[in-house]
Write a protein of this length. Structure first.
Length: 415
Protein backbone atom coordinates (compact mmCIF):
# COMPACT_ATOMS: atom_id res chain seq x y z
CA UNK A 1 0.00 0.00 0.00
CA UNK A 2 2.84 2.36 0.90
CA UNK A 3 6.54 2.59 0.03
CA UNK A 4 9.13 2.77 2.81
CA UNK A 5 12.90 2.42 3.27
CA UNK A 6 14.24 -0.63 5.07
CA UNK A 7 16.10 -0.11 8.37
CA UNK A 8 18.54 -2.91 9.31
CA UNK A 9 19.15 -3.68 13.00
CA UNK A 10 22.60 -2.08 12.67
CA UNK A 11 21.09 1.15 11.39
CA UNK A 12 18.44 1.14 14.13
CA UNK A 13 21.05 0.73 16.89
CA UNK A 14 23.17 3.45 15.32
CA UNK A 15 20.22 5.85 15.29
CA UNK A 16 19.41 5.02 18.91
CA UNK A 17 23.03 5.74 19.87
CA UNK A 18 23.01 9.05 18.06
CA UNK A 19 19.71 9.97 19.73
CA UNK A 20 21.17 9.13 23.16
CA UNK A 21 24.26 11.27 22.76
CA UNK A 22 22.26 14.08 21.20
CA UNK A 23 19.86 14.16 24.14
CA UNK A 24 22.74 14.17 26.63
CA UNK A 25 24.24 17.14 24.86
CA UNK A 26 20.84 18.78 24.53
CA UNK A 27 20.54 19.20 28.30
CA UNK A 28 23.65 21.39 28.20
CA UNK A 29 22.18 23.68 25.58
CA UNK A 30 18.80 24.55 27.13
CA UNK A 31 16.92 21.80 25.31
CA UNK A 32 14.27 19.69 27.00
CA UNK A 33 13.11 16.34 25.76
CA UNK A 34 10.71 13.55 26.64
CA UNK A 35 10.16 10.09 25.19
CA UNK A 36 6.71 8.61 24.75
CA UNK A 37 5.07 5.68 23.04
CA UNK A 38 3.25 2.43 23.48
CA UNK A 39 3.36 -1.28 22.80
CA UNK A 40 0.30 -2.32 20.80
CA UNK A 41 -0.96 -5.75 19.79
CA UNK A 42 -3.78 -6.47 17.33
CA UNK A 43 -5.53 -9.82 16.93
CA UNK A 44 -8.08 -9.89 14.11
CA UNK A 45 -10.36 -12.15 12.07
CA UNK A 46 -11.98 -11.42 8.68
CA UNK A 47 -14.67 -13.48 7.00
CA UNK A 48 -13.20 -12.71 3.52
CA UNK A 49 -10.29 -11.02 1.71
CA UNK A 50 -10.10 -7.23 1.89
CA UNK A 51 -8.37 -4.19 0.47
CA UNK A 52 -5.95 -3.41 3.28
CA UNK A 53 -2.45 -2.33 4.33
CA UNK A 54 0.10 -3.05 7.06
CA UNK A 55 -0.48 -6.80 6.63
CA UNK A 56 -4.20 -6.47 7.37
CA UNK A 57 -4.05 -4.06 10.34
CA UNK A 58 -5.02 -1.09 8.15
CA UNK A 59 -8.43 -2.37 7.07
CA UNK A 60 -10.40 -0.55 4.36
CA UNK A 61 -13.14 -2.50 2.50
CA UNK A 62 -13.97 -6.02 1.27
CA UNK A 63 -12.79 -7.17 -2.14
CA UNK A 64 -15.28 -7.95 -4.88
CA UNK A 65 -16.24 -11.53 -5.70
CA UNK A 66 -13.71 -13.35 -7.88
CA UNK A 67 -14.91 -16.66 -9.30
CA UNK A 68 -12.82 -19.69 -10.19
CA UNK A 69 -13.58 -22.26 -12.91
CA UNK A 70 -16.19 -23.93 -10.69
CA UNK A 71 -17.96 -20.68 -9.87
CA UNK A 72 -16.53 -20.46 -6.34
CA UNK A 73 -15.58 -17.08 -4.89
CA UNK A 74 -11.80 -17.00 -4.43
CA UNK A 75 -12.05 -14.00 -2.09
CA UNK A 76 -14.55 -15.69 0.24
CA UNK A 77 -11.75 -17.14 2.35
CA UNK A 78 -11.47 -16.15 6.04
CA UNK A 79 -8.17 -14.87 7.39
CA UNK A 80 -6.71 -13.60 10.63
CA UNK A 81 -3.47 -12.93 12.47
CA UNK A 82 -1.75 -11.32 15.45
CA UNK A 83 0.73 -8.42 15.07
CA UNK A 84 2.52 -5.87 17.24
CA UNK A 85 3.60 -3.76 14.25
CA UNK A 86 1.77 -0.63 15.44
CA UNK A 87 4.10 -0.31 18.45
CA UNK A 88 5.25 3.32 18.55
CA UNK A 89 8.11 5.44 19.90
CA UNK A 90 8.31 9.22 19.84
CA UNK A 91 10.51 12.06 21.04
CA UNK A 92 9.25 15.56 21.91
CA UNK A 93 11.83 18.35 22.05
CA UNK A 94 11.56 21.86 23.48
CA UNK A 95 14.30 24.25 22.49
CA UNK A 96 15.40 27.81 23.22
CA UNK A 97 13.27 30.72 21.98
CA UNK A 98 14.00 32.41 18.68
CA UNK A 99 13.09 36.03 19.31
CA UNK A 100 9.51 35.92 20.60
CA UNK A 101 8.85 32.46 19.18
CA UNK A 102 8.91 29.29 21.27
CA UNK A 103 10.47 26.36 19.43
CA UNK A 104 9.70 22.65 19.57
CA UNK A 105 10.17 19.53 17.50
CA UNK A 106 8.85 15.99 17.21
CA UNK A 107 10.23 12.72 15.84
CA UNK A 108 7.91 9.70 15.82
CA UNK A 109 8.24 6.20 14.40
CA UNK A 110 6.63 2.76 14.46
CA UNK A 111 7.05 -0.61 12.78
CA UNK A 112 4.01 -0.28 10.50
CA UNK A 113 5.95 0.06 7.27
CA UNK A 114 5.55 -3.55 6.21
CA UNK A 115 5.18 -5.90 3.31
CA UNK A 116 4.37 -9.57 3.46
CA UNK A 117 8.09 -10.28 3.81
CA UNK A 118 9.84 -7.43 5.65
CA UNK A 119 9.11 -5.47 8.81
CA UNK A 120 10.30 -1.90 8.61
CA UNK A 121 10.85 1.04 10.91
CA UNK A 122 9.11 4.01 9.31
CA UNK A 123 8.99 7.74 9.86
CA UNK A 124 5.56 8.79 11.12
CA UNK A 125 6.20 12.40 12.10
CA UNK A 126 9.24 14.69 11.98
CA UNK A 127 8.76 18.43 12.26
CA UNK A 128 9.79 21.67 13.92
CA UNK A 129 7.29 24.23 15.20
CA UNK A 130 7.51 27.91 16.05
CA UNK A 131 4.78 29.45 18.23
CA UNK A 132 4.24 33.12 18.94
CA UNK A 133 2.29 34.57 21.88
CA UNK A 134 -0.08 36.46 19.58
CA UNK A 135 -1.63 33.19 18.40
CA UNK A 136 0.45 32.33 15.34
CA UNK A 137 2.32 29.07 14.78
CA UNK A 138 4.37 27.70 11.90
CA UNK A 139 5.06 24.00 11.40
CA UNK A 140 7.67 22.70 8.95
CA UNK A 141 7.97 18.97 8.36
CA UNK A 142 5.97 15.76 8.22
CA UNK A 143 2.79 15.42 10.26
CA UNK A 144 -0.90 14.68 9.86
CA UNK A 145 -2.64 15.96 6.73
CA UNK A 146 -4.86 18.96 7.62
CA UNK A 147 -7.95 17.04 6.44
CA UNK A 148 -7.27 14.49 9.21
CA UNK A 149 -7.77 17.33 11.68
CA UNK A 150 -8.72 17.22 15.36
CA UNK A 151 -12.02 15.40 14.86
CA UNK A 152 -11.31 11.68 14.51
CA UNK A 153 -13.41 8.59 15.30
CA UNK A 154 -12.69 6.62 18.46
CA UNK A 155 -12.44 3.16 16.88
CA UNK A 156 -9.96 0.36 17.56
CA UNK A 157 -8.97 -0.40 13.98
CA UNK A 158 -5.62 1.09 12.96
CA UNK A 159 -7.21 2.77 9.92
CA UNK A 160 -8.99 5.22 12.27
CA UNK A 161 -12.20 5.36 10.27
CA UNK A 162 -10.75 5.17 6.75
CA UNK A 163 -11.85 5.19 3.97
CA UNK A 164 -14.47 7.59 5.38
CA UNK A 165 -11.97 9.58 7.46
CA UNK A 166 -8.93 11.02 5.61
CA UNK A 167 -5.73 9.33 6.78
CA UNK A 168 -2.38 10.73 5.71
CA UNK A 169 0.90 12.03 7.13
CA UNK A 170 2.90 14.15 4.69
CA UNK A 171 5.61 16.82 4.50
CA UNK A 172 4.02 20.24 4.71
CA UNK A 173 4.24 23.91 5.56
CA UNK A 174 1.41 24.57 8.01
CA UNK A 175 0.49 27.99 9.39
CA UNK A 176 -2.18 28.49 12.07
CA UNK A 177 -3.57 31.61 13.68
CA UNK A 178 -5.75 31.58 16.80
CA UNK A 179 -8.02 34.46 17.71
CA UNK A 180 -10.27 33.78 20.69
CA UNK A 181 -12.31 30.66 19.92
CA UNK A 182 -11.41 30.72 16.23
CA UNK A 183 -8.46 29.00 14.58
CA UNK A 184 -7.48 29.54 10.94
CA UNK A 185 -5.28 27.00 9.13
CA UNK A 186 -3.46 27.12 5.81
CA UNK A 187 -1.20 24.36 4.50
CA UNK A 188 0.94 23.52 1.52
CA UNK A 189 1.20 19.73 1.47
CA UNK A 190 3.61 17.52 -0.45
CA UNK A 191 3.63 13.73 -0.91
CA UNK A 192 6.02 11.05 0.29
CA UNK A 193 4.48 7.83 1.68
CA UNK A 194 0.81 8.56 0.96
CA UNK A 195 0.70 9.16 -2.78
CA UNK A 196 -1.78 9.66 -5.61
CA UNK A 197 -2.79 7.19 -8.31
CA UNK A 198 -1.79 7.58 -11.93
CA UNK A 199 -0.87 5.86 -15.22
CA UNK A 200 2.30 4.42 -13.64
CA UNK A 201 0.61 3.26 -10.46
CA UNK A 202 0.94 5.10 -7.16
CA UNK A 203 3.69 7.67 -6.78
CA UNK A 204 4.66 11.18 -5.76
CA UNK A 205 5.75 12.13 -9.29
CA UNK A 206 2.26 13.28 -10.33
CA UNK A 207 2.23 16.03 -7.68
CA UNK A 208 5.95 16.72 -8.03
CA UNK A 209 5.70 17.24 -11.79
CA UNK A 210 2.70 19.50 -11.27
CA UNK A 211 4.95 21.78 -9.14
CA UNK A 212 1.98 23.15 -7.19
CA UNK A 213 1.65 21.52 -3.75
CA UNK A 214 -1.69 20.37 -2.41
CA UNK A 215 -3.29 23.44 -0.82
CA UNK A 216 -5.64 23.53 2.18
CA UNK A 217 -7.47 26.33 4.01
CA UNK A 218 -9.80 25.83 6.97
CA UNK A 219 -11.36 27.41 10.03
CA UNK A 220 -12.42 25.90 13.37
CA UNK A 221 -14.58 27.31 16.16
CA UNK A 222 -14.02 25.68 19.55
CA UNK A 223 -15.59 26.05 23.00
CA UNK A 224 -15.26 23.93 26.14
CA UNK A 225 -17.78 21.37 24.89
CA UNK A 226 -18.20 22.02 21.18
CA UNK A 227 -16.07 22.19 18.02
CA UNK A 228 -17.18 22.88 14.47
CA UNK A 229 -15.04 23.51 11.43
CA UNK A 230 -14.85 23.57 7.65
CA UNK A 231 -12.11 23.38 5.05
CA UNK A 232 -11.36 23.30 1.34
CA UNK A 233 -8.61 21.26 -0.31
CA UNK A 234 -7.11 21.59 -3.79
CA UNK A 235 -5.03 18.86 -5.47
CA UNK A 236 -3.45 19.43 -8.89
CA UNK A 237 -1.63 16.55 -10.61
CA UNK A 238 0.23 16.04 -13.87
CA UNK A 239 -0.49 12.41 -14.78
CA UNK A 240 1.96 12.24 -17.73
CA UNK A 241 4.76 14.25 -19.33
CA UNK A 242 4.91 12.34 -22.63
CA UNK A 243 2.92 10.00 -24.83
CA UNK A 244 3.71 7.57 -27.65
CA UNK A 245 1.66 7.48 -30.88
CA UNK A 246 2.66 5.22 -33.79
CA UNK A 247 6.17 4.88 -32.37
CA UNK A 248 6.60 8.67 -32.03
CA UNK A 249 7.17 10.33 -28.65
CA UNK A 250 5.34 13.58 -27.92
CA UNK A 251 5.75 15.90 -24.97
CA UNK A 252 2.30 16.53 -23.48
CA UNK A 253 1.01 19.06 -20.97
CA UNK A 254 -1.68 17.30 -18.93
CA UNK A 255 -3.25 18.27 -15.62
CA UNK A 256 -6.17 17.22 -13.42
CA UNK A 257 -7.19 19.62 -10.64
CA UNK A 258 -9.63 18.57 -7.92
CA UNK A 259 -11.39 20.39 -5.09
CA UNK A 260 -12.74 18.75 -1.92
CA UNK A 261 -14.92 20.32 0.77
CA UNK A 262 -14.95 19.27 4.42
CA UNK A 263 -17.32 19.90 7.34
CA UNK A 264 -16.67 18.41 10.79
CA UNK A 265 -17.91 18.76 14.34
CA UNK A 266 -17.60 17.35 17.84
CA UNK A 267 -19.53 17.60 21.11
CA UNK A 268 -18.08 16.51 24.46
CA UNK A 269 -19.95 16.53 27.77
CA UNK A 270 -19.01 14.48 30.83
CA UNK A 271 -18.64 10.86 29.63
CA UNK A 272 -20.21 11.43 26.20
CA UNK A 273 -18.45 12.37 22.97
CA UNK A 274 -20.27 12.71 19.63
CA UNK A 275 -18.20 13.46 16.54
CA UNK A 276 -18.72 13.42 12.81
CA UNK A 277 -17.42 14.52 9.43
CA UNK A 278 -18.81 14.87 5.92
CA UNK A 279 -16.72 15.46 2.80
CA UNK A 280 -17.53 16.13 -0.81
CA UNK A 281 -14.35 14.41 -1.93
CA UNK A 282 -12.64 14.50 -5.33
CA UNK A 283 -9.58 12.39 -6.13
CA UNK A 284 -8.70 11.70 -2.48
CA UNK A 285 -7.02 8.33 -2.98
CA UNK A 286 -3.81 9.61 -1.37
CA UNK A 287 -5.80 10.13 1.84
CA UNK A 288 -6.74 6.42 2.01
CA UNK A 289 -10.22 7.23 0.69
CA UNK A 290 -12.22 5.82 -2.23
CA UNK A 291 -11.68 8.00 -5.28
CA UNK A 292 -9.61 8.86 -8.33
CA UNK A 293 -9.93 10.18 -11.88
CA UNK A 294 -10.28 9.03 -15.47
CA UNK A 295 -9.53 9.98 -19.08
CA UNK A 296 -12.21 11.87 -21.03
CA UNK A 297 -10.45 12.61 -24.34
CA UNK A 298 -7.36 11.43 -26.25
CA UNK A 299 -5.73 13.39 -29.09
CA UNK A 300 -5.35 11.30 -32.23
CA UNK A 301 -2.09 13.03 -33.23
CA UNK A 302 -0.15 13.48 -29.96
CA UNK A 303 -1.99 11.15 -27.58
CA UNK A 304 -2.56 14.02 -25.11
CA UNK A 305 -5.25 13.09 -22.59
CA UNK A 306 -7.88 15.16 -20.78
CA UNK A 307 -9.14 14.07 -17.36
CA UNK A 308 -12.06 14.32 -14.98
CA UNK A 309 -12.16 13.42 -11.30
CA UNK A 310 -14.65 11.19 -9.51
CA UNK A 311 -16.78 12.85 -6.83
CA UNK A 312 -17.72 10.95 -3.68
CA UNK A 313 -19.95 11.93 -0.80
CA UNK A 314 -18.38 10.52 2.36
CA UNK A 315 -19.67 10.83 5.92
CA UNK A 316 -19.17 9.23 9.32
CA UNK A 317 -20.55 9.63 12.84
CA UNK A 318 -19.15 8.28 16.09
CA UNK A 319 -20.55 7.94 19.62
CA UNK A 320 -18.26 7.19 22.59
CA UNK A 321 -19.51 6.92 26.16
CA UNK A 322 -17.64 6.19 29.35
CA UNK A 323 -14.25 6.72 30.99
CA UNK A 324 -12.92 3.53 32.57
CA UNK A 325 -15.39 1.38 30.65
CA UNK A 326 -16.07 2.83 27.19
CA UNK A 327 -18.63 1.87 24.58
CA UNK A 328 -18.25 3.02 20.98
CA UNK A 329 -20.48 3.04 17.89
CA UNK A 330 -19.24 4.08 14.45
CA UNK A 331 -21.13 4.39 11.17
CA UNK A 332 -19.58 5.41 7.85
CA UNK A 333 -21.07 5.77 4.37
CA UNK A 334 -19.60 6.60 0.94
CA UNK A 335 -21.51 7.18 -2.30
CA UNK A 336 -20.05 7.47 -5.80
CA UNK A 337 -21.52 10.63 -7.38
CA UNK A 338 -19.82 10.06 -10.72
CA UNK A 339 -17.93 12.43 -13.03
CA UNK A 340 -18.77 15.66 -14.81
CA UNK A 341 -17.64 14.36 -18.24
CA UNK A 342 -17.82 11.14 -20.24
CA UNK A 343 -15.06 8.58 -19.78
CA UNK A 344 -13.31 6.89 -22.69
CA UNK A 345 -12.57 3.47 -21.16
CA UNK A 346 -12.57 1.50 -17.93
CA UNK A 347 -8.89 0.84 -18.68
CA UNK A 348 -8.17 4.55 -18.36
CA UNK A 349 -9.24 4.95 -14.71
CA UNK A 350 -6.80 5.71 -11.89
CA UNK A 351 -7.81 5.37 -8.27
CA UNK A 352 -9.19 2.99 -5.64
CA UNK A 353 -12.68 1.56 -5.27
CA UNK A 354 -13.96 3.17 -8.47
CA UNK A 355 -16.12 0.10 -9.20
CA UNK A 356 -17.98 0.61 -5.89
CA UNK A 357 -21.33 2.42 -6.03
CA UNK A 358 -21.70 2.75 -2.27
CA UNK A 359 -19.96 1.47 0.82
CA UNK A 360 -21.13 1.22 4.43
CA UNK A 361 -19.39 0.26 7.66
CA UNK A 362 -20.96 -0.26 11.09
CA UNK A 363 -18.76 -1.07 14.08
CA UNK A 364 -19.21 -1.55 17.80
CA UNK A 365 -16.45 -1.70 20.39
CA UNK A 366 -15.88 -1.92 24.12
CA UNK A 367 -12.78 -0.61 25.90
CA UNK A 368 -11.35 -1.11 29.36
CA UNK A 369 -9.15 1.90 30.13
CA UNK A 370 -6.64 1.97 32.98
CA UNK A 371 -3.59 4.17 33.60
CA UNK A 372 -1.10 3.06 30.93
CA UNK A 373 -3.42 0.26 29.72
CA UNK A 374 -6.12 0.14 27.07
CA UNK A 375 -7.81 -3.15 26.19
CA UNK A 376 -10.64 -3.40 23.66
CA UNK A 377 -12.79 -5.64 21.48
CA UNK A 378 -14.45 -4.49 18.23
CA UNK A 379 -16.89 -5.97 15.71
CA UNK A 380 -17.36 -4.37 12.28
CA UNK A 381 -19.75 -5.14 9.44
CA UNK A 382 -18.66 -3.69 6.11
CA UNK A 383 -20.74 -3.92 2.93
CA UNK A 384 -19.67 -2.68 -0.51
CA UNK A 385 -21.93 -2.56 -3.56
CA UNK A 386 -19.80 -3.41 -6.62
CA UNK A 387 -20.97 -3.08 -10.21
CA UNK A 388 -20.25 -1.97 -13.77
CA UNK A 389 -18.91 1.43 -14.74
CA UNK A 390 -21.27 3.69 -16.71
CA UNK A 391 -18.81 5.56 -18.92
CA UNK A 392 -21.29 8.35 -19.69
CA UNK A 393 -21.29 9.70 -16.13
CA UNK A 394 -18.81 7.69 -14.03
CA UNK A 395 -21.50 6.08 -11.88
CA UNK A 396 -21.68 2.37 -11.02
CA UNK A 397 -24.68 0.33 -12.17
CA UNK A 398 -25.89 -3.30 -12.00
CA UNK A 399 -24.64 -3.60 -8.44
CA UNK A 400 -24.30 -6.56 -6.07
CA UNK A 401 -23.31 -6.42 -2.41
CA UNK A 402 -20.25 -7.96 -0.76
CA UNK A 403 -19.86 -8.04 3.04
CA UNK A 404 -17.07 -8.74 5.48
CA UNK A 405 -17.37 -9.45 9.20
CA UNK A 406 -14.33 -8.37 11.20
CA UNK A 407 -13.58 -9.06 14.85
CA UNK A 408 -10.58 -7.37 16.40
CA UNK A 409 -9.02 -7.34 19.86
CA UNK A 410 -6.44 -4.72 20.82
CA UNK A 411 -4.18 -4.18 23.82
CA UNK A 412 -2.09 -1.03 24.31
CA UNK A 413 0.49 -0.35 27.03
CA UNK A 414 1.49 3.34 27.01
CA UNK A 415 4.57 4.96 28.50
Amino acid sequence: MLTHHFFTPKVVFTLCGIAFFCTVGAQKNNFGYSFYGFVRGDIYYNSRSNVEGVDGLFYLYPKDKLYDADGKDLNATPNGSFYTLATRLGLDVKGPDIGTAKTSAKIETDFGGTTNVHFMLRLRQAYVRLEWQKGSSLLLGQTWHPLFGDVIPGVLNLSTGSPFQPFNRSPQINYQYKQGKLRFTTSAVYQLMYTSYGPEGRGEQYLKNGVIPELYAGVDYKTDHFLIGAGIDMLSLKPRLQSVVDGKIFRVNERVTSFSYDLHGEYVYNKLKISGRTILASNQGHNAMIGGYGVTKISDRTGKQDYTDFRHSTSWINFVYGKKYQGCFFAGYTKNLGTSDNLVSINKLYGSGLDIDQFMNLSFCMRYVLPHWNIGLEYALATAWYGDMNLSNGKVINTHDVSNHRIESVFIYTF
